[in-house]
Design a protein around this ligand. Sequence first.
Ligand SMILES: [Zn+2]
Length: 184
Amino acid sequence: MRRLSSQPLALLAAFSVSIQAHDPGHHGSNAPAHQHGVGQLHLVIEQDQLHLELQVPADDLLGFEHAPSTAEQHAALAAVQETLQQPERLFRLPAPARCELEASELHSSLFAPADPAIEHGRHGEHADISARYQFRCAAMSRLQQLEILVFDLFPDSQRLVLQAITPKGQTGAELTAKRNLVDL
Ligand SMILES: [Zn+2]
């Protein structure tokens, strides 16, 4: 699958910087402190492209935040990766908008091959899992609502803080299982 194009990602990166700027307790760590149960969802619409970035504590998806060691943990991690590679399971896009996935990327320190030396150093730290998706929508004007299915799939994910940049402007919202619709 193609890599994501870089320009809108600069916008997403700006979101990430603003989030980490609120975390003075960590310096240069790949795993900024986070609150379990609370993730971030960034959304950018630019012309016919929709970018979504989901960043959640690994604990919310896996139930642990260390490199997998047991067969069960390896299987759980593989299952989460497989789920995240199917964004249609995470987000319901209105069919009339005719959005097609163009590229996706998953990132987490947990996906790296286990290195016992590094692992020891990571002990006790938090770890996030992030997933970025790039869609092209043939009828973007019909993309009027986005339904978030993450809470059904991963019940430990209780809240997503949404930041969005669309042609209508910049908005934010808090999403939960009971408030899982984003109006665009
Ligand atoms: Zn954590």
